[in-house]
Design a protein around this ligand. Structure first.
Ligand code: GDD
Ligand code: MG
Length: 366
């Protein structure tokens, strides 16, 4: 079966991680984010994938290639300008089969697509939306259902006084090609605001699931997704790498300090004497952690160098970042690619430091 994945959004809420790398290829634990999604699709028999890329196609294509190394046939479609969620689908029309899946490219989930497809076939739906419960539906598409699984209402980004259910659209749809007839070509169209409402009473169904589901679009949720992968709360291929001990330390990493699971430490990483790494930590390729430094609940991307006696907690450190001795990075802080933070700084409380910043010793305190 075929799937089309929408990856054309700018990922602004994930900046500065997405300042230098498009959201689909931002690393999540040990592979580009979108590869987790492709692994999940392949597990449900999808082997043909159309990536609807908006304006970022080239760098996504450079990372993923033609998909053959993942057992997939990957094609890339680039809109002339962002066309919105339905406009992008319409633009991909020449590539699409009679029935296909459509996925938002920013969700981490293990929901049972095979069961969703089976329900779609059983009901004879034109569109079947996967639905998951969330505690606050306000940032999503709220869905009300009838007993026979038909959708009675779809409210995108509902105002507080309209929230009377916790079921939202998970961004995973089974569609019949005939849905494309509802989308006017060559203009910006939102599938959530224009197509789903038009399909109510005309073949729009919901498939409610209790599976793990997370929209990865903010730094807090990026960290949450990382932790959930490490803890095995969501089924991914990383789980096998971690094994029973919830620990994966590459044979070509050098550990002189301690690593506390769950954790992933990749090739060429170095944890110096007296340093504590974990739990819930990812050290990417070539990361070095100085003597006596503590790293907890954090992601440190490729080649970053952390000095001695630092504290990193609940933070994301971009590729190639350099951090001087005794510096603290905590409280959801995100350091963009290549940032330099001198010794004796405190970066905390959700601070986002953008690429190009070079902070001298002792410049920041909270
Ligand atoms: N090709 C292309 N072109 N892709 C786009 C465009 C576009 O113009 N606009 C958005 N996308 C992609 C984004 O990259 C993302 O993968 C997906 O479409 C959804 O866009 P978001 O901007 O992330 O939407 P959202 O998270 O606010 O809301 C959507 O997802 C929720 C679940 O996470 C809606 O579909 C909601 O109904 C849903 O609940
Ligand atoms: Mg989203």
């Amino acid at each position: 079966m075929q799937a089309v994945i929408l990856v054309g959004g700018e990922g602004t809420r994930l900046r500065p991680l997405t300042s230098t790398v498009p959201k689909p290829v931002v690393p999540l634990v040990d592979r580009p984010f979108i590869v987790h999604l492709l692994d999940w699709l392949r597990g449900h028999g999808i082997d043909d994938v159309v990536m609807s890329c908006g304006f970022l196609a080239t760098s996504v294509r450079n990372v993923l290639g033609d998909g053959s190394h993942m057992g997939l046939n990957l094609r890339f479609v680039e809109e002339p300008e962002p066309r919105g969620t339905a406009g992008a689908l319409k633009f991909a029309e020449p590539f699409l089969d009679e029935r296909f899946l459509m996925l938002n490219g920013d969700v981490l989930t293990d929901l049972d697509l095979s069961a969703q497809i089976a329900q779609h076939e059983r009901t004879g739906a034109r569109a079947t939306l996967a639905l998951v419960p969330v505690s606050d539906p306000s940032g999503y598409g709220l869905v009300r259902l009838h007993e026979d699984h038909t959708v009675s209402e779809f409210v995108e980004k509902p105002p507080a006084d309209e929230i009377d259910t916790n079921l939202i659209s998970a961004g995973a749809y089974v569609l019949e090609r005939s849905v494309l007839e509802l989308i006017e070509p060559d203009r910006n169209v939102s599938i959530e605001r224009e197509v789903w409402p038009a399909l109510i009473g005309a073949g729009l169904y919901g498939f409610a699931s209790e599976a793990y589901w997370l929209d990865i679009g903010t730094p807090e949720r990026y960290l949450q997704g990382t932790f959930d992968i490490l803890e095995g709360n969501v089924r991914t291929e990383v789980r096998e790498r971690l094994g029973d001990g919830y620990l994966c330390v590459d044979a070509a990493a050098r550990i002189d300090g301690r690593v506390i699971p769950p954790a992933v430490v990749e090739r060429g990483a170095h944890v110096a004497t007296g340093a504590h790494v974990g739990s819930l930590v990812v050290l990417a390729d070539g990361v070095s952690v100085g003597e006596g430094t503590i790293v907890e609940r954090s992601v440190v991307l490729q080649g970053a160098e952390i000095g001695a006696n630092c504290l990193l907690r609940d933070c994301i450190v971009g590729a190639g970042v350099r951090i001087g001795d005794r510096t603290h990075v905590t409280g959801g802080a995100v350091l963009g690619e290549g940032v330099t933070i001198g010794a004796d700084n405190v970066v905390a409380r959700g601070a986002r430091v953008f690429p190009g910043v070079d902070l001298p010793d002792g410049a920041l305190r909270f």
